[in-house]
Design a protein around this ligand. Structure first.
Ligand code: BGC
Length: 554
């Protein structure tokens, strides 16, 4: 473990200065040829993560699940789905990760269970079931329909009628994912035990799915409608046509994480929430103060190539919470940034420029599997789409493009499986595979490795004060961190940085273009982030001059 990363000896939490890597377990590595990724396969690939220079691996849910949402519908929180392996496979995975110096972060799904979970099976047996109150039930509205206007993230109402008992149950996602009632102390106690189960197996942290959704308005009031969606078939259009003030982000949700924090603290484990809120002020409520250690800021993964808006969003969140955000531009829920940013070499260039910027911030930058290859979305025939968003909503592509198999090697199956992948997609060409890029010196995989090496070699990039200098351009950010200077020029033009004397030297550039230097200045190429080491320190007023001139388009 590098010095930049905390350790029990120093009393600094392990995630301090760390870089994370997300494994989407179904699509990472399949050891037994059934076409579904598993823990044995993932374990055999952990050396790649260590080589790349990451510090922690987040594994998406591998628990028993009927798979309506590909693992995010859990039917037993204390076991491993046979398609992904066994508990001993998990222990072996975890032991190998630890031997390689990698922390293990497990994805816990507390907002909802599978409809096949024993609790729900019991709950729906009768209104008097001891488990009835584990879930959110409501009588129909006086008109006979759902009790309120809440909608599912995946399209349609957030309520389904249970014919047998005549009541509706709430589900913010699929009808096969009934929401738990977190106002019930028994549910809280169950999850205390679930967390302990994994902590006792040695996990180093939890990624908490839908962490902002656990509590709902006790009165189940209607969400205010802010616009009318263009099409009822557009799940996100409908979802974002409401202000989610009653189904998400209730003020007291954070109390649950204070309880969890007390539970995980003796184990030194981290709580990293998926808090999908755009408002930095609401986001920050969950972080620190004895609640979550960190939370994902998920505005960037929704965004296309909008340099000014991207920088504005990142800076807004960073200003509010400089040292505890989990930063990502890619994950299993969104089209890959290379595709969103324009595709091909251009998209890859932009993606690395933004990844470089977020890798120079406090908190935990996360890579998503395959991001280190600079690849865009996989190509899938429309009939092969498997994501419920795509299969439920006419015309929607869903999230499958980012979930195609990890391309390890050239050839059929791309080294992911010897069988037929669960998600059929075109095989990736040689230059988009791990093995293929290894022998190409300036391939993305080496750039990403160099980037993580830069963060590790210069701990100031991940900690300490960060001053955003005035650039005069909304498409540029210049951040001074101790003796480091980070210049993110996301504009389409060269930018001249006046450095003064003595000169500053680049330690990493996200693009290979030449960087002309003249006495006292350096020209940073378009759509490029450069990290400089300077002879100056932040605690002195001196420092590299911060004059930035954007030039005419080249
Ligand atoms: C996960 C998704 C999942 C949803 C419901 C999330 O935000 O990242 O993949 O579909 O929660 O569990």
């Amino acid at each position: 473990m590098a010095d930049a990363v905390g350790s029990p000896q120093t009393g600094i939490p392990w995630w301090h200065g760390a870089v994370g890597y997300e494994i989407y377990i179904r699509s990472f590595a399949d050891s037994d040829g059934d076409g579904i990724g598993d823990l044995v396969g993932a374990r055999a690939r952990l050396a790649h993560l260590a080589w790349l220079g990451v510090d922690a691996v987040w594994v998406t849910p591998f628990f028993p699940s009927p798979g309506f949402d590909h693992g995010y519908d859990v039917s037993d929180y204390r076991d491993v789905d046979p398609r992904h392996g066994t508990l001993s496979d998990f222990d072996a995975f975890s032991a190998t990760a630890h031997d390689l110096g990698l922390k293990v972060v497990v994805d816990i799904v507390p907002n909802h269970t599978s409809h096949l979970h024993r609790w729900f099976a019991e709950a729906r047996k009768s209104r008097d079931s001891a488990f009835r109150d584990y879930y959110l039930w409501h009588d129909p509205a006086p008109t006979g329909g759902p009790p309120n206007n809440w909608v599912s993230h995946f399209g349609g109402p957030a309520w389904t009628l249970d014919e047998a008992s005549g009541q509706y149950y709430c589900h913010l996602f699929l009808p096969q994912q009934p929401d738990l009632n977190w106002r019930n102390e028994d549910v809280r106690a169950e999850f205390d035990e679930i967390l302990r189960f994994w902590l006792d197996r040695g996990v180093d942290g939890f990624r908490i799915d839908v962490a902002h959704g656990l509590l709902k308005d006790p009165l189940f009031r209607d969400n205010p409608r802010i616009r009318v969606a263009d099409s009822a078939a557009d799940n996100w259009g409908v979802f974002f046509s409401f202000e989610h003030c009653y189904d998400l982000d209730q003020d007291d949700t954070v109390d649950i994480y204070r309880r969890w924090h007390r539970l995980v603290e003796p184990y030194g484990a981290a709580l990293i929430g998926e808090v999908a809120l755009d408002d930095p002020v609401r986001m920050a409520r969950y972080i620190g103060g004895g609640a979550l250690d960190s939370a994902f800021f998920l505005q960037p993964p929704w965004m296309g190539w909008e340099p000014a808006a991207l920088l504005d969003a990142i800076r807004g969140m960073h200003d509010r919470e400089p040292n505890r955000v989990s930063w990502a531009i890619d994950n299993h829920d969104h089209s890959r940034s290379v595709t969103r940013f324009g595709g091909g070499a251009r998209g890859a260039r932009r993606s690395l420029a933004v990844t470089t910027l977020i890798s120079c911030l406090g908190g935990i930058p996360f890579l998503y599997q395959g991001q280190e290859l600079g690849i865009g979305d996989g190509t899938i025939a429309p009939d092969d789409l498997a994501d419920p968003i795509a299969t439920r909503n006419e015309g929607a592509l869903g999230r499958d493009g980012a979930r195609t198999p990890m391309p390890w090697e050239p050839g059929p199956g791309n080294g992911f499986t010897a069988g037929t992948p669960w998600l059929r997609a075109d095989d990736r060409p040689h230059a988009e595979t791990v093995a293929g890029q290894m022998s190409i010196p300036d391939a993305p995989i080496h750039q990403y490795r160099a980037l993580l090496g830069t963060r590790r070699a210069h701990p100031e990039l991940g900690a300490g004060p960060a001053a955003w200098l005035d650039t005069g351009s909304a498409e540029m950010a210049v951040i001074r961190r101790g003796s480091m200077l980070v210049v993110a020029n996301l504009s389409a033009d060269y930018a001249t940085i006046t450095t003064g004397s003595p000169p500053i030297s680049p330690v990493f550039s996200s693009a290979k273009d030449p960087m002309p230097t003249a006495a006292g200045s350096v020209r940073v190429p378009p759509e490029t982030t450069v990290v400089f080491a300077t002879p100056h320190r932040a605690d002195t007023q001196e420092g590299p001059a911060h004059l930035v001139d954007t030039e005419t388009r080249v």
